[in-house]
Design a protein around this ligand. Sequence first.
Ligand code: SF4
Length: 417
Amino acid sequence: MSRKVAFYTFGCKVNQYETEKLKYLAIKEGWDVVSFNDEPDLFFINSCAVTHVAERKARRLINYIKKHYKNAKIALAGCYPEKIKLSPEELKVDFLLDNKQKWEFFGGNEDSVFLISEDRARAILKIQDGCNQFCSYCIVPYLRGRERSKSLDYVIKEVKELVARGHKEIVLTGIRLGAYGHDLGDKNALVKLLTKIFEIEGLYKVRLSSLEPMDITEELISIASHPKLCKHWHIPLQSGSDEILKKMNRKYDTKYFSYIVDKLRERVPNIAIATDIIVGYPEETDEHFEETLEFAKKIKFMKIHVFPFSPRPFTPAGKLAPLSPKIIEERKRKLLNLSNLLWEEYVSSFLGKELEVMVEEKENDVFRGTTDNYIKVEFKGPFYLKEGDYVKVILEDIDKEKSKVYAKLVKDELKIG
Ligand code: SF4
């Protein structure tokens, strides 16, 4: 009788990519991959430890499974068990598997299966792992190890395979994506890789998951206007105060950040620039936070992902006295309000304009998808449109309360290739 396993993923795109691969490794080993409703024999949680909130969510899920599926076993895998020295009993699970053991559990390693990504219109492809940066607040280098990249030839082979399987959009990801190839002795490897990827016939768009400011070079900016490269760059700022950036061991200042954004906008005038900002870093004063607000307004981010500071083990910032939760909450609220205003401003500038959208969801005649510059839109269309199709829409209206954007279909089929 076959064994049934259900997967659950927390955290970043790298984790999502790895879960996809783990599923295929499990299938290869004779497991049936099922949903939570199909009475699995095993729940496999691919976890995240980047904040204490991510860990709490994993513990809540474990409690939920324990309560509702009395006979099932639970494997907690990935970054949470990587360095947190707790026993399976303490975490109420049957198996604790670090980032190496999670592959071994299914009898292989990361390279045992070629990437197959079936359930997404766009495929995520990890090209790099690890980080040497050691930002003062970040546990990731302790969990994911040193930087290492796949070879250019191997990535090209993977992209071609994904395109042959019908994916028209690929999201390149890594723990520090912009450091792709640095470990192979090539600081310009990402540009070389992208240039090769652009030549692949049948691939319509390439998206970059996130790039650290210090990894954005003049060469990279010079290819930003390529029609196959999505006009949405996620560049983590973390703080708009130079003093705090220094304490965070970030290797740039606000002047440099402004410089790269200006250069990108010279190349691609309407480019969407999104970011991550940490609020309540232990030494962040009201003045530092005000600087961050002002800087975010000046840059006009399309979206700000706000992260309340979370003290992490092993990190220098984790040893500092934390700010009061009330202060952190208040700063989070202010920054999220600003993010909403900036999002409205950015999206409003496209009302009445034509944009390309990839269809991601369908509900009767209502379709949802994301534009090249990461505006999520809803529109009506004909029954034959399907997930992964590219269409052209005109943005018509914004519902600010629900952060929804409505559009009208103008062309229901785009020539891809
Ligand atoms: S660049 Fe900094 S924040 Fe990003 S993974 Fe590396 S250490 Fe963490």
